[in-house]
Design a protein around this ligand. Structure first.
Ligand code: IPE
Ligand code: IPE
Ligand code: MG
Length: 259
């Protein structure tokens, strides 16, 4: 039996099978404050420049055929910053929604929020809700925004839910599995059903994870660049995606060529 080209494409369900592009990329968008300092402007202007950078990277992700993108926008620890900076960041969310919603929709982008954003200012909550519901039916890029997000916080939430099931529903704790913990993370099937990230990128020269996707990053490839987030370009991003294809992922096993 012979196959035509359309049969072969029909058998390939995911672009990543062809080009070894990552299915899910996580980005720790760091360096806005240092960018602002270097330009002699207030920190909030650094965050505004960072938002411009994010707009370009979202579209670039979609164009490269990557299915999932998760960006770290505000951590559970970022509340330690000044009220001025924190409220400046939340105001930018409203600005982002107002300026980008049409283009996100035209690009068939779907948005999920990883984190409990109910304690944000009402204007930000309303903007987020409007954006999420408007893009709900889209089935292109799945763009996850980690907002008031902490990796340890979401593990704690999952464990609390499982403890509740054991206490109230008679579940046997000794039968709990890793999959049960995964299920009640923001990425889990009880919420948004997003696979673990294949690649995590951090800008600004810091080489740490800072509580981002703590559970899900167990086997992620990590890449760091000195570029400050507002200066990060789609070209540098594309070069990293290309470099990813040459990484040898083993997941605890052995290379196929090793004998
Ligand atoms: C990342 O930039 C954005 C957020 C944490 C919200 P920073 O504000 O952390 O920038 P630096 O690290 O001070 O340069
Ligand atoms: C991580 O960056 C959080 C975000 C990018 C939103 P931070 O700048 O808050 O992390 P640390 O403090 O350098 O570890
Ligand atoms: Mg930082």
């Amino acid at each position: 039996m012979s196959y035509g080209i359309s049969d072969i494409f029909g058998m390939i369900t995911d672009m990543s099978d062809i080009k070894k592009i990552p299915a899910h990329v996580g980005i720790i968008m760091d360096g806005n404050g240092r960018w602002a300092k270097a330009h002699g402007v207030p920190r909030v202007m650094g965050h505004n420049a960072g938002m411009q950078s994010m707009k370009k990277i979202v579209i670039a992700t979609s164009n490269m055929g990557i299915k999932y993108l998760t960006v770290y926008a505000f951590s559970t620890e970022n509340w330690k910053r000044s009220t001025e900076e924190v409220s400046g960041i939340f105001n930018l969310i409203v600005k982002y929604v107002n300026s980008e919603l049409e283009e996100l929709d035209e690009n068939n982008v779907h948005i999920n929020i990883f984190g409990d954003y109910s304690m944000l200012p009402k204007a930000s909550i309303d903007a987020i809700d409007k954006m999420v519901s408007r893009l709900d039916k889209n089935d292109g890029l799945v763009f996850n925004i980690a907002l008031n997000y902490g990796g340890r916080d979401e593990i704690l939430r999952s464990v609390r839910e499982l403890a509740r099931q054991c206490a109230e529903e008679g579940r046997d704790p000794s039968g709990l599995t890793e999959d049960d913990i995964s299920r009640y993370l923001w990425s889990g099937d009880a919420y948004f059903g997003v696979p673990d990230p294949d690649l995590i990128i951090r800008t600004s020269g810091e080489e740490r994870i800072s509580n981002f996707l703590t559970w899900q990053s167990a086997y992620s490839e990590l890449m760091f660049t000195d570029t400050l987030w507002p200066d990060f370009t789609p070209d540098e991003y594309a070069a990293m995606i290309e470099a990813y294809a040459n990484r040898d992922r083993r997941f605890g096993g052995r290379k196929e060529t090793d004998k």
